[in-house]
Write a protein that binds this ligand. Sequence first.
Ligand SMILES: Cc1cc2nc3c(=O)[nH]c(=O)nc-3n(C[C@H](O)[C@H](O)[C@H](O)COP(=O)(O)OP(=O)(O)OC[C@H]3O[C@@H](n4cnc5c(N)ncnc54)[C@H](O)[C@@H]3O)c2cc1C
Length: 399
Amino acid sequence: MARALVIGGSVGGLMAGNLLRKAGWDVTIFERARGDLATRGAGLGVSRELAEVLQRCGARFDGTGGAPNRGYVWMERDGSLAFEHPRENITSAWQRVYKPLREITPPEIYRQGKNLLRVEQDGQSVTAIFEDGTRESGDLLVAADGVYSTVRAQYLPDVEPHYVNYVAWRGIVEEADIPAWAREAIAGYVVNCFPEGEQLLTMAVPGADEDIRPGHRRFYAIWYRPAKGDRLREMFTDASGKHHGIAIPPPLIQQHFIDEVRRDAPVRLPPAAAEVIKAAPTLLLQAISDMESPQLVFGRVAIMGDAAFIARPHSAAGVSKAALDAACLADELSRHGSIDAALTSYNALRLEFGRSLVAHARYLGAYLEGVDETRDPRKIIEDYGAPHLLHDVPLPAEQ
Ligand SMILES: Cc1cc2nc3c(=O)[nH]c(=O)nc-3n(C[C@H](O)[C@H](O)[C@H](O)COP(=O)(O)OP(=O)(O)OC[C@H]3O[C@@H](n4cnc5c(N)ncnc54)[C@H](O)[C@@H]3O)c2cc1C
């Protein structure tokens, strides 16, 4: 039986691992982190493609996997709606995808605390070398090790995320913790707000125990704000003076930056959206970047998911792209007689998709870079996500 080594046990690695396992491969998934990853993440755009791949994996995910929305709206500072774009969709949470994938993954093939250091290969087989001194060999290595991929750094050392001069603040709050008038104002829609040069989105997502009933959901907000130069450096520097590049661990964000966001919310946002920022117990900071790999296959190594491409979050497609990468890899391996021919095909197909996604997300974010300040928010709302590449999940029929 052919053996696949999957590096990275997040959603991308879990989907690839499970699809290959179903196709008859001997699969082992190696994840650096210990413990449960389900506490990670927050709001997530769900596509029909993602739902289909999850079902193919055997993971439970249906119309109840996310909170239903009737469309996207532009809410003005005074709370009035300037524009409504009807487009049914569901919004979910990262753990709502991760947890069902973990449930279907046999524990004996999921190894945690395994930090990959480097890869060696000889044309027929590939070997993963881990920090704990162990080595594992197989016929194929799938690199699903995320944006700071060790595997990509080995084969494409010059490809790195490129910061695009704005950050995102993310917060999530229990529905019960915001006033009823605010919930009523924002529920049922993906709400967009456009303070000058900035953008905030808020949406309902499943609550504890995956509950999507009104009153039991959560509200998630993501606020894009420009940041450059010394101010940017300071934002990613902790209280001890240590600078963290463009990825600072949440507990190390200096409190005065969080206080500033909370102070600005009622001044710059519609009152209902400001309530989400105000009540969110923590605010996370993320530097927004683009990244494109010029090649996805290196001998018997295939890179996928965030390791391969980073599209800005406006595409709402990170997890869907990882799902389609995983499905394409499994399909090409089943379709072709040889692993090498399958990987050549995977490389061509997924390069094209990844490039289109990054380009579309760049277009959606151009307003935030000040490139196109006159862009009409209506157009941004209509083009939100990647509607030319992915399909919305139909809402379940009314009971
Ligand atoms: C903490 C976190 C929170 C996220 N939250 C959201 C969200 O709220 N909404 C959203 O749309 N998207 C979110 N994403 C991004 C989204 O998960 C990705 O776009 C998408 O899932 C692609 O995932 P991936 O599996 O390719 O990479 P990732 O999800 O980044 O996973 C990579 C995995 O590889 C592991 N790894 C890295 N290096 C090594 C190594 N050397 N050896 C072994 N293992 C390694 C990491 O620990 C990680 O588990 C989040 C990602 C992370 C990591």
